[in-house]
Design a protein around this ligand. Structure first.
Ligand SMILES: [Zn+2]
Length: 442
């Protein structure tokens, strides 16, 4: 465990030093496990979201997206059961007053000082705030604790405007908020986080078939985004631990450096949500079968992914220490920079001029880094650390024969490529996705 914690510390330190992830509000001493994505982190995170949206929404006929408001009518959370059920058992140390989740304690003793603890009481994890200038109960609202409910609430509108027929899905990504008693482990458990969720609507009798299909889709996603599949384990959540809406859930767990823990969830939510929204809103939330005319609530399979946990699992999978370098072996599709361009020497204007031209041309198509500091070895070292898949060096031969050296991050092999072919080369190697596909949320 000591060794593994050291691994985690190294990743956190790299993230901070190279601009992936910083402690939130750091100049004020931080704020209880909140984190900010820096220039490279936001590229990595957007690339992951883009890949997900492209894979599950843009390229499929049977899934459409939405982007709903973070603050919803509080009746939504009554219908969904969050107001009555979304609780954690909270205990407090009688001596040092540290608070814990009761189910996180192995013995009934304070983890901090060994003191006696109070009886556990239910603590609702939704963040409360107020709409408008008067902060009384009437105006109390919640920051959404999951993206899923907006999909159910918008179900009828989507159905009427998208002409989907069963089976079909609605996807959403965006922020959600949970007032966790004990956040921790870097970006693993934070009170503010981003989700990528799909509610896939089906006929009740088909649920097992679709559940299995989605389990397979999730394994394929895990591989496509570059998470080490050897560290993935499926956990069939025992009946007595299932969430209040679920009949079956599989947790996809990952071997993080701090231990095995939940990465993704796949849940069979039955028709719980649509049914309750009809009951609570008085609006018909049923689906009408075009052929039979029959009306019913579709059942739902929910593949639920956390963006931040994906980032963490990707970083842990990509981080490698080799003889004389640290290298992030990120998939080229999600690497913050697709390539870095260097002039061999910074004090030779003819090299710099050609290198700048190549850099500017490529930058119109890809996110590209420029580096002219120090020697080539140092620049390789620096780009390896942030996972840049290709380094392009412009040298004196380039001036004569219009070729450049392209060095591969993983094999460290170098080859000469003609300048005219660089764009196609990068496109081919990095399976570049057009950023226009990406739908910005929040
Ligand atoms: Zn204590």
């Amino acid at each position: 465990m000591q060794e593994q914690n050291k691994q985690m510390e190294k990743i956190i330190s790299l993230c901070k030093q190279r601009g992936f992830i910083y402690p939130g509000s750091e100049i004020y001493g931080g704020l209880q496990n909140s984190w900010d994505y820096g220039p490279l982190g936001v590229e990595l995170k957007n690339n992951i979201k883009n890949l997900w949206w492209q894979r599950f929404v843009s390229s499929r006929d049977d899934i459409v997206g939405i982007d709903a408001a973070l603050i919803m009518n509080p009746k939504v959370w009554e219908a969904s059961g969050h107001i009555s059920e979304f609780n954690d058992p909270l205990v407090e140390c009688k001596k040092c007053h540290e608070r814990f989740r009761a189910d996180h304690l192995e013995k009934n003793k304070c983890l901090n000082c060994g003191g006696e603890i109070t009886e556990s009481k239910q603590f609702n994890m939704m963040f409360r705030t107020y709409l408008g200038p008067v902060d009384d109960g009437e105006n109390q609202v919640y920051l959404r604790p999951e993206t899923a409910q907006a999909i159910f609430v918008d179900f009828k509108n989507v159905l009427q405007t998208s002409r989907q027929t069963l089976p079909f899905g609605i996807a959403q990504m965006g922020k959600a908020f949970r007032n966790e008693i004990t956040p921790g482990n870097f970006i693993f458990r934070t009170r503010e986080f981003e989700q990528m969720e799909i509610e896939y609507f089906i006929k009740e009798e088909d649920w097992e078939k679709h559940f299995d299909k989605w389990a397979k889709e999730m394994h394929e996603w895990i591989q496509s985004v570059g998470i080490d599949k050897k560290k993935i384990h499926e956990l069939d959540v025992p009946k007595d631990e299932l969430a209040h809406y679920s009949k079956k859930t599989i947790d996809f767990e990952f071997d993080f450096p701090f231990g095995r823990d939940e990465l993704y969830g796949l849940a069979y939510r039955t028709d719980f949500d649509l049914k309750n929204h009809e009951k609570n809103s008085g609006e018909n939330t049923k689906y009408r079968d075009q052929e039979s005319g029959e009306e019913f609530w579709p059942h739902v399979i929910e593949p639920s992914l956390g963006v931040d946990r994906t980032v963490l699992a990707v970083l842990c999978s990509a981080y490698h220490e080799e003889d004389d370098r640290v290298v992030l072996k990120l998939k080229p599709e999600i690497a913050p920079y697709k390539a870095a361009v260097f002039p061999l020497m910074r004090n030779k204007p003819e090299l710099v001029e050609l290198a700048q031209k190549i850099y500017k041309d490529l930058r119109e198509k890809f996110v590209i880094a420029w580096d002219d500091r120090g020697n080539i070895g140092k620049r390789y070292y620096s780009q390896d650390q942030i996972g840049t898949p290709f380094c392009i060096t412009i040298d004196f031969d380039s001036l004569d024969d219009d070729t450049v050296t392209v060095r591969d991050r993983d094999s460290m092999k170098q080859e000469r490529i003609s300048i005219a072919e660089l764009e196609a080369y990068l496109r081919d190697k990095s399976q570049y996705l057009s950023t226009s596909i990406y739908v910005q949320t929040n």
